[in-house]
Design a protein around this ligand. Sequence first.
Ligand code: ADP
Ligand code: MG
Length: 147
Amino acid sequence: PLEPWYIGGPVVKGFGRGSKVLGVPTANLSIEGYSAVLSEHPSGVYFGWAKLPTRGVYKMVMSIGWNPYFNNTEKTIEPWLLHDFEGDFYGEELRLVIVGYIRPEANFPSLESLIARIHEDGRIAEKALDLPLYSRYKDAPYLEGSV
Ligand code: ADP
Ligand code: MG
């Protein structure tokens, strides 16, 4: 298992593709200040816990990378919080503890296969985060904003 790592910042606007094209909203994090952290971790799909000050702590599955399917030129951090929210939360301070790695970034032959894989990643994260090994990090002091 991976040593957990911690990142946070305001939720920024992306291309709006998450919900509209994939049916999966991803809360894009501003990567300002995280280039060193990002270069230490390979592109791919990770899971962990996400905290929104006004809403609480949720399971999340996250893509870090260039989204080859969409040919992005900038690396993005895009957690999908595994919860149905009322409305959006742009501008809110989002804190993440990343505890596990699922797979490397990959390209997909079709949008359908990409979407299917994202849902599979979500199921893997959902289950893994119930294991004591990973569930204990939902109480990480970093998420509470006290460090
Ligand atoms: P963008 O390209 O601007 O990131 P998305 O289509 O990916 O747009 O939608 C992401 C936005 O939707 C988030 O910034 C957040 O405000 C909102 N949102 C609502 N529910 C969720 C969720 N379960 N996980 C992540 N973001 C969510
Ligand atoms: Mg997004």
